[in-house]
Design a protein around this ligand. Structure first.
Ligand code: F3S
Length: 560
């Protein structure tokens, strides 16, 4: 039996860096792009040279590998005006950013990892004064003597078991923040390798001997069975004992993040021939079955690995790279990708299109959100629950409210309580609404803002009548004018200032004194609960011309 780990081979970050180098004209790589001899030879055959000193770039674009580089290298490239293409894996970039931020805030950065690994060296440079610990024991020793606030990050390919111990050690100290920065691809690969090794007699681990993640895989597998670590089939044949395996030998194959698929395929093919198995081993089927497959329309989970201005990149745990464009993130035109997701978020998505030739998958978040949102809407229709959404725009006959990705139609008659309110005024505002109609077949919903406002007004009226008394003073907005007075909103209930109460002068229409939208200070002159009538006063005693006259003149004054 041969079983290939589904996580074997190129990870997202390595695939991205290799593609970047292949698609960058006239480039060279700063150090080995990945720790794999075959890939390095393939790149060299395409004229992509490895340089270790940026001064050797000589008019070429420098490709930065997925391990990333320190801040000093970026600075040197800029100072020398050397163009570069940044292949730093977004997961590594995230650690560099955490290290730089914590260090700038005065926190001691501690990196759990291999101090000679370029990724760790680069992160340490971004932090400025990082401490590197190789084992949980070293971490314990450091924390025992440290009196500063500390932040612990891990190398992306650090052993999961050792990291768990580091987290346990950190929990024994206060003022220590732990950032889990082990790459999920690594964690998944290590976990699957361990499970596979536990059920196999022999494990073949493919990958470069300098590749730390491949070495770790070999270490993990060796706890359970015999392990052969080789770069490719040739090396495997040299190290493995000659002779055939029995047909009941259980052989597992896994590979590091830098191992190309064709090497895995070659080894698997060879091993299948070696097994004296009566059944014909079908490599294609075995390989197919071992990779995580996705199809258009599948609902999948993905981890956000970068957030741009117009799209985000997502790791799906598949061979393809996932992308969500802004218009598939949201229908709300006022939002940017960074308002919706952050690097590291795990989100639900729907596969919209798979491009096998380019190795990309177009995904949609808004479609999943809409599915979840529509379920809420159906429930809200049943329960009468009030929902809240943003009015995104007007359509014929009404407006659209966006609720969790679902467009809910608000008919014009349901947009407000007052006939003279302008529907345009609610665009780009957040409004509460009640669901009044749902068509589940057509995924359509109709809502009413008016019903919510009416209920609020009824409640406000009830409260008003419980406490209002003649003489109470209010500030209220003029909502409408008639020939006999002005209606003022007292906070959900309208009172009227009669025309005679608006001014001491004789006026023909309230508009000579006030206009709609003015905020007036009014007082209650009279209340009639039966008739629901509130009479308000507006003109002030001190403005009474008779009082003014009396204050200014006395009997005997000569007035012109
Ligand atoms: Fe990036 Fe993880 Fe690969 S950190 S380079 S995706 S192993």
């Amino acid at each position: 039996m041969i079983k290939i780990a589904s996580t074997a081979g190129f990870c997202f970050g390595v695939k991205r860096a290799v593609e970047l180098a292949l698609n960058t004209e006239n480039c060279c790589t700063l150090g080995e792009l990945i720790h794999n001899r075959q890939v390095t030879e393939e790149l060299a055959a395409k004229g992509i040279e490895i340089i270790n000193d940026i001064d050797k770039a000589q008019g070429r674009t420098v490709v930065i590998r997925s391990h990333g580089v320190g801040a000093e290298t970026y600075k040197a490239l800029r100072e020398r005006n050397i163009p570069y293409a940044d292949g730093t894996c977004p997961f590594v970039k995230r650690i560099q950013d955490i290290a730089a931020k914590c260090s700038a805030e005065g926190t001691q950065v501690v990196i759990a990892g291999d101090r000679d690994h370029p990724e760790v060296k680069g992160i340490a440079e971004h932090a400025g004064n990082a401490v590197i610990v190789g084992t949980p024991q070293e971490l314990r020793e450091f924390l025992g003597n440290n009196d500063k606030k500390a932040a612990i990050v891990s190398q992306t390919t650090y052993s999961l078991k050792m990291w768990e111990e580091c987290v346990k050690a950190a929990s024994e100290y206060t003022d220590v923040t732990v950032f889990n920065t082990i790459c999920r691809a690594t964690a998944d690969r290590q976990r699957e390798a361990e499970e596979l090794a536990a059920e196999c007699d022999v494990m073949i681990v493919l990958g470069g001997h300098h590749s730390s993640n491949t070495r770790k895989l070999a270490e993990i597998c060796a706890r359970h069975c015999t392990v052969y670590h080789a770069e490719d089939l040739n090396e495997l044949l040299m190290t493995m004992p000659t002779g055939r395996f029995h047909n009941d030998t259980r052989i597992g194959i896994t590979a590091g993040a830098s191992t190309p698929a064709h090497i895995i395929k070659e080894v698997a093919n060879h091993m299948s021939e070696q097994i004296m198995n009566e059944e014909v081993f079908n490599f294609e089927e075995a390989l197919d079955a071992s990779f995580k497959r996705i199809y258009t329309g599948n609902r999948v989970k993905g981890t956000v690995i970068s957030v741009g201005n117009t799209e985000i990149a997502v790791d799906l745990g598949t061979k393809q790279s996932g992308f969500v464009s802004l218009d598939e993130l949201t229908d709300d035109p006022s939002l940017k990708p960074s308002d919706i997701v952050s690097v590291g978020d795990e989100i639900d998505l729907i596969v919209v299109k798979i491009n096998d030739a380019e190795g990309t998958v177009a995904l949609s978040k808004k479609k999943v959100d809409a599915m979840k949102g529509f379920d809420d809407i159906v429930k809200a229709k049943e329960s009468g629950e009030i929902l809240e959404g943003t009015v995104t725009g007007l359509v014929k006959g009404g407006a659209i409210i966006l609720y969790k990705g679902v467009r809910v139609f608000i008919p014009k008659s349901q947009a407000s309580v007052r006939r003279d309110d302008k529907i345009e005024d609610i665009v780009k505002t957040v409004q509460k609404f009640k669901v009044i109609e749902v068509n589940e077949q057509r995924n359509r919903a109709v809502g009413s803002i008016r019903q919510v406002l009416s209920a609020e007004r009824d409640a406000a009226k009830e409260k008003f009548w419980e406490s209002a008394a003649v003489g109470d003073v209010f500030k209220g907005e003029v909502k409408s004018l008639t020939s006999y007075g002005a209606f003022v909103d007292l906070g959900g209930i309208d009172g009227m200032v009669h025309i005679s109460e608006l001014s001491w002068d004789r006026i023909k229409h309230p508009s000579e004194v006030v206009k709609i939208g003015d905020v007036l200070e009014v007082y209650i002159k009279d209340l009639d609960r039966e008739k629901n009538r509130i009479s308000l006063g507006y003109k002030k005693d001190e403005d009474n011309p008779w009082v003014k006259f009396d204050n200014e003149y006395t009997v005997g004054d000569v007035v012109t």
